[in-house]
Each structure stands twice: as C-alpha cells, then as structure tokens.
Design a protein around this ligand. Sequence first.
Ligand code: ADP
Length: 245
Amino acid sequence: MTASGLSTTGLTKSFGGVRAVDGATVAFHHGKVNALIGPNGSGKTTFFNCVTGMIKPDAGTASYRGRDITGKAPHRIARAGIGRSFQLCRIFPRLTVLENMLVSVRTSSLLGKLISARQSADVDRARELLARVGIDHLEHAEARDLSYGQQKLLELAGVLMADPETIMLDEPAGGVNPALIDRIGKLVRSLNAEGKTFLIVEHNMDMVMSLSDHVVVFDRGRPIAEGTPAEVQEDPRVLEAYLGV
Ligand code: ADP
C-alpha cells in the first residue's frame, strides 16, 4: 500500500436532478501515475472540480496527505500541494509565453505578479521549465500563436511553476498531435520519476495504458473498477460501462 495521498469518501455532487458524482470513494496512489477513465458523462470532470475546489461537493469528504480539503478554496488546495490543468487550456492568449509563466506565480494581483516576477528568480525558473517542456524558443511569442499542443505544454509548465507535489491533468492529449502527445507522456514519466504524483483524466486509451501505474474507472459518478492497466482492461464491468452490454 502506498502512503496516503489524495482520497475521497462518499463524494457527491448533483446538478438539478443529475448526480454527476454519486458517493465516490477513491484512494489514489501517492507517488504514482494514476488515471481516471470512464465513459462521457461519468462524472470525471465534476470529480476533478470538487477535489480542486472549483465546485463544492454536496456531501462526502476529500483529503490530501491526511488533511481535510473538502470544499476548500482552489488557492488553499493549491497551497496544500495540488496543481491542475484544464480540459480547455487556461492561458492568457494575448500575453507572451514567458508572461503566462510569470502570472502562474501566486502573488496578490495580476499586475503585481508581472512586476515582481520580472525582478525575481521566477524568470530563471520559468525559462528552465519552458526548456523542459520544449517551448523555450517561443518565450516571446503570444500564447494565442502557439499550436494547441504547445499551449497545453505551456499550461503544464505553468502548473509546474508552483512546484506542486501532485499534478492533476484534465485530458492532456485531447486535441494534441501524436508527436506532442508523446512528449507530454515522456514529461509525465520523468516528473513522476522525480517524485511527482499524477492524476490524469484522459480518453486516449493508448496513453492511459502505457503511462499509468493505477487506473480508476468511473461509471455513473462513482468508481466501478480499479487496478493496473492490464487488470482494468480485462474487467467485465469496465467493458460493460463502455459498451453498455
Ligand atoms: P465526464 O467528465 O466524465 O464526461 P462530467 O463530470 O462532465 O462527466 O458530467 C457528469 C454529468 O453531470 C453529466 O450528465 C453532465 O451532463 C452533468 N453535468 C456536469 N456539469 C454540469 C453542470 N454544470 N450543470 C448541469 N449538469 C452538469
């Protein structure tokens, strides 16, 4: 058993009559690459949003490293060591790549971030991370001029600015070309080797199966199976959830 990382008990969130997350009890493996998969509408994004404080669950609890994070504000959850990316990339399109990196640094205001970051070691760190994700040659380009895959790499580099212990990625391969999917996969592996825990929602099964140590399968708002990629692929409940047989 791995040390306690992110876990939830009975997490529940409804929208009107729809129980998007329905009593989800899950423990992710700390220090590993975890994947959260499941058919469309099975509650993965809502689960992510509940855990990262974007929306408040109606019931249940979420904890991280032994601390209760249920319903806490996103910045507090980030401070506890969880960083996240978004399904539809969250970047500032009219800022340059480097400026986007600097605004990821947590200070009080956007302007404050730009001013203080320029004078600090943040610039060095930003450049180091841009090089790591392979887009340092684009530091002066406006983010909107990057390809979608490059924007995803920029978002990931921005998440890394805060040096989170756990990184949640929402569909990192979605809309990204195969070469960049490969690069994102290699980055996840190397960051994991350095101790980062990952929790990835992803539809690209090749990526999920080749990258993950542990897979949790959602259906109708709760986990129905979990295990290694090989184990979940053979689980009849998983086939049933996907194929509706
Ligand atoms: P997934 O990420 O697995 O595709 P979601 O969490 O996006 O699943 O959605 C789970 C269910 O909750 C779906 O039936 C979806 O239509 C519903 N849902 C999600 N977000 C909202 C919302 N903001 N308002 C109403 N219904 C929502």
